[in-house]
Design a protein around this ligand. Sequence first.
Ligand SMILES: [Zn+2]
Length: 192
Amino acid sequence: MAKTQPRLGDQIPDLIEALLAELGEDPERPGLKETPARVARALRQLTDGYGVQPEDVIAGAVFDQDYDEMVVVKDIPFYSLCEHHMLPFFGRCHVGYLPKGKVVGLSKIPRLVGVFAHRLQLQERLTKDIAEALNGTLLPGGVGVVVEARHLCMEMRGVEKPGGQMITSCMLGTFRKDPRTRAEFLNLVRHP
Ligand SMILES: [Zn+2]
């Protein structure tokens, strides 16, 4: 890999070095020598969703299309960091919408999920962010988002049993108002 140095002026390596010492480690020992720079690069990558506008993700991939059946993209994997502990939560996201004259290129939906996941998040807010971004850019008849995730902050600290999933959903427009639309969506994203 070419990227060996974090970007110039990045404060994170110094902060991590101080953190390692605070934890009782010797930041000078060989195994940890490169750790501050590595952590800085990892954290920058895992939070690179800041400053990215959902409109920019979708821009150029919205098409006028006379199609009014439900579009569903299911099992989109994502990895995020919880804002309370900065520990990973990860899982799958299912997105559906009812087009009203506009559809979006399918690859853009996972990209949109990634942009919101690569910020410090709460699962509830991640779910809502995705739904509202699609609602605001496509102006569809409705949007449904379901997120299923494991939270390492809960599992590693023993707050919850390993493997437990937290499920959140956000339904907008017809997905909220019409039980049949909602049921169709939930049926489509249900695991076999
Ligand atoms: Zn947490």
